[in-house]
Design a protein around this ligand. Structure first.
Ligand code: NAG
Ligand code: NAG
Ligand code: NAG
Length: 164
């Protein structure tokens, strides 16, 4: 059953909402396609978000392993939120085709290290949310690939200043 709450209100302000069968909320605007799958106890990346999704909210799930093909379908992503997803590892190629990605959150995951320079394909990344412990494990020489990164938000010590 398709359930569309507040339809009239959102239609008036120009957003068309719908809840997909597996319960991700999709909101379309002229510029953005937001797919919100947070807090759904998901163990895999849902397949029913539109392929032109620009904002993918997956926080508070049980994804554990982010595979090579996880985001293959989502080449238009600009915002990707994976905080609090019990992520323990991310495939080296998982972010390969996310050339439009501007903001990525990996906060609050038990992941301890990287399998390679996973951020290298993210040529437009501006904002990264990551724990300091994990950040400090990233291969230092690979930062030069992330040309547009301007903001890094870390939790725990040391401060952003030391990162610079
Ligand atoms: C995304 O795809 C849907 C359905 O094909 C279309 O209606 C919408 O305009 C597209 N939105 C964007 C921002 O490309
Ligand atoms: C996404 O959905 C969750 C749970 O339904 C809600 O709490 C949150 O505010 C939503 N986030 C956005 C950006 O709409
Ligand atoms: C990236 O795109 C190329 C070309 O479309 C494709 O062959 C490859 O499998 C994609 N990689 C990933 C990890 O999605």
């Amino acid at each position: 059953m398709i359930f569309c709450p507040f339809l009239l209100f959102l239609w008036i302000i120009g957003i068309s909402p719908c809840v997909l069968p597996n319960h991700c909320d999709v909101a379309l605007t002229k510029e953005d396609v937001r797919c919100n799958c947070s807090s759904k106890a998901l163990t895999h990346i849902p397949t029913d978000c539109p392929s032109n999704t620009t904002d993918l909210e997956l926080s508070d799930n049980n994804l554990e392993i982010i595979s090579k093909k996880a985001f293959t379908k989502f080449t238009q992503l600009r915002y990707l939120f994976l905080s609090n997803c019990h992520v323990t590892s991310i495939d080296q190629s998982a972010f390969d085709n996310l050339t439009h990605l501007k903001e990525l959150s990996l906060l609050n995951n038990p992941m301890k290290t990287f399998v390679g320079n996973i951020f290298a394909p993210l040529g437009k990344l501006q904002v990264l949310h990551i724990s300091y412990d994990l950040l400090s494990k990233y291969p230092g020489e690979s930062w030069s690939d992330v040309l547009h990164l301007t903001n890094v938000f870390t939790c725990s010590e040391p401060s952003n200043g030391l990162f610079a």
